[in-house]
Design a protein around this ligand. Sequence first.
Ligand code: SF4
Ligand code: F3S
Length: 78
Amino acid sequence: AYVITSPCIDVKDGACTAACPVDCIYEGGRMFYIHPDECINCGLCLSICPVDAIAWDEEIKADARDFIEINREFFSAS
Ligand code: SF4
Ligand code: F3S
């Protein structure tokens, strides 16, 4: 699934939410989160983010790996 990472924090551009065909990107606190079970992996949000915050989880950089879990936890807590 696609994952939102640290560049989104306090930027929250929101362009990704308009691009997502299944509305699986949710606002929460200082960033937005992609619901890992609702995301259909279409990739439409990827290039739209102006700060390149969205990553494919299997290719995520080591320093952003925590955000896979952070996105997941956001939805399990809500
Ligand atoms: Fe939405 Fe597609 Fe991005 Fe998943 S990859 S969050 S379905 S736009
Ligand atoms: Fe954040 Fe980029 Fe979307 S800054 S809200 S991931 S367009």
